[in-house]
Structure formats: structure tokens, C-alpha cells
Design a protein around this ligand. Sequence first.
Ligand SMILES: Cc1ncc(COP(=O)(O)O)c(C=O)c1O
Ligand SMILES: [Zn+2]
Length: 406
Amino acid sequence: MSATHLSCRRCGRDQPLAGIGTCPACFAPLDPIYDKGELHRSATREQIEAGPDSLWRYAPLLPVAPPADDRLSPGLTPLVTAPRLAAELGLAELWLKLDTANPTHSFKDRVVAVACAKAQELGLDTLACSSTGNLANAVAARAAAEGMDAVVFCPYDLEREKLVATAAYGAKLFAVRGSYDDCSRLTVELSFELPWGFVNVGLRSYYAEGSKTVAYEISEQLGWELPDVVVSPIASGSLISKVGRGFDDFLELGLVTGLRPRLVGAQAAGCAPVAAAFADGGRVRPIRPSTIVRSLAIGSPADGDAAVDAVRQSGGAIYAVPETDVGVEMAALAAATGVFGETAAGVTLGALRQAARDGTVQRSDRVVLLVTGDGLKTPGPVTDRFDPTEIAPDADALLAELGVVL
Ligand SMILES: Cc1ncc(COP(=O)(O)O)c(C=O)c1O
Ligand SMILES: [Zn+2]
């Protein structure tokens, strides 16, 4: 393994590779540090290409040893072109990264795979999390696959479609009378009391690294080339900042050449603290979310400032997408590409549309849009389009209905 220790993002103090989520001295997030020489030896194009068809092909760049049996592993999800949507947006080249193809239909399977490997290394037998829905699914399924217990804490009023599968996987589900931020505070408190692997608290440094694999895969799938722009939804800010880190890793290792991709971030207008900080040039200030995009409804984002920094350094931008556009964009994505993404995908397409309009994204750019979750979990905003024509099982009646004269 090439990870050597954890390092505090703020004060720079080192910590061992233990289950500590934040710096004991200043409470800032901790990031794994890797032995550069070891990475140059073990993370070559040839070794990666010869690896498993999952995110574990990038194991040297992750802070855990890969599982001996990598059943149900996420990653290596399809990267597909979207020529009709590209034309609609005035772009020459648009790709969709379909993280809906992961075992529980969202990118959260990536982060949980890494956190779970660490939990097992630490000898823990329960996986736990606070969640806006998708993480709960991923934790429950991974625990079921590994024979572990799962305990998840979600806001009581989340979409049912999102949580039914979580229950089927056998997880203990707590519906917390409060927001996601209340769930998050609760799990931080509980992490001091219970010997569980809280994937986004004590194991967060490992969990977060799983999102780098989105960038690794995009680069490899483009033939070891970088895109010009990646458009990503933002909740806690972890995904977009680690996607930026992933491209930097490949550049530093010489696995790709060229310019760092510009990162374009997407939030829903009813919960846009990171977009607001980007716009006013300051730090992220917590807000109380009021949005239909429940998966992105984090008012106090743990990595919000890191997301703003990553986007600024990349030359990108962050947009707040009007709530009324979410369903429109979900349907636009589905109708132009055949991909039914969840509310977060509607927001992501809305942000790309704004970026294409204001010139942040140009016609000649090679753009990748992340579809991080499945529309079947959040069909609410497009149900108004569901208006089937009821007919008798009779061909003549149908032809008459269509006005076809034979
Ligand atoms: C579908 C989906 N996309 C994107 C995100 C954002 O992830 P992050 O919290 O890492 O910013 C989430 C978070 O829950 C999500 O569920
Ligand atoms: Zn510190």
C-alpha cells in the first residue's frame, strides 16, 4: 500500500492511518498522504489496465488494501457520448459518466467500498452513516455483501423510493425528525459512544478518497486524455473536490498530460451555500435547506470550502439552479440521451446549461457531465409527464385514435 499517513488540511499535523475523521488539534479534515516513489512504481498505465474491472484497478492510489474478493465492487461505469444533448447545448463534444451503473445506482458505492475496506481492516462489524438517501443504500448493500450490520440515519421525510431498498438490504433505518444536518450532528456525537464504522465521520478520510476514482476512470476511458470540463453536483463538496484531486494525481504521475480540467459545480437554488460562497468570494456560510433535491440538501457542507477552492483553482464556476428547472432538466436529459438521472442530475444539467450560456463552457470544450444517481429513486419532479392514453386491446380502435385511415 502506498498511503503512509493522514495529514491535516489546515494545520498540517500528521496522524496515523487510523479511524479518526478530523484533526485532533484543529478539527479540520484529514487527507491521506501517499509515498510518491511507490506510486510511480505501482500506478502505471500498464498496471492499471491489467487490474480488475472496478475501482480497485486504482488500488495503489487509495488508502486501503483492496479486498481479496472484490464481489459487487463499484466503478468502471460507462462513459458515453451524448450527441443530441450536445447539439441542444451548442457543444461539440459531451460525455455522460453513468454512475447509475453502480450496484446501488449512485456514485456513493465508490466511497463506501473504500470506507468499508478500512472498517474491516480495523475489525469493525457495523457500518453506519448519516445520509441524504443514496449513501444509506450503498452502506446497506455493502454491509449485506460483507456480512456486516448496517445502521443508517436519514431525515424522516426523504423520498420513500430511495429508502425502501435500504430496508430490503436489512439495514436498521432511523428516520430522524430533523434535517440532514441534524442527522450529521447526531452521528458525530454517536461516533464517540459506539464502536461502529461511521463511513462519513471517523472513516471520512478514506471514504472521500473513493471519489477520486471518478476522475481516474474518465481519464482512462478517454484514452489517457483529460476532458476540458467536468460538471458535478455538490452536497458536502467532497465529490467535486476529490474529482479535482484525482485529475491532479494523474497529472503529477505523468499518466496524462495537458491542462487541469475546469470544474463546474451544481447546486439547487433552495440549498446553495457553496454556490453563494463562490459568487461572493468568501467562505461557506451554513443555511437551512429548502429544496426538492433531497440528495444535495446539506446546509452545512463539511467540504464546502474545499469545493470552492478546487473550482476556483480550476478556472470553473458554481451555479445555483432554480427549483422549477429540476424536473424540466431531468426530463430533458432523459429525452435527449436515454439516461434517467435523479434530481441531482437535473441540477447538474441545469448548471451546464448556464455555463454554456455564459461562456464558462465553450463550444470546442470536451465536456463530461456526471450522472451520479438514478431517476427511479426520485421520480417525483417528472410525474406530471406521466399521462398514458388508455385504449382497448383492439387494433382498429388504436388506428382510429391515431386518425389512421386504411
Ligand atoms: C446523487 C448524488 N450526487 C451528488 C452528491 C454530492 O456528493 P458530495 O456530498 O460528495 O458533494 C450526492 C450526495 O449525497 C448524491 O446523493
Ligand atoms: Zn489540524
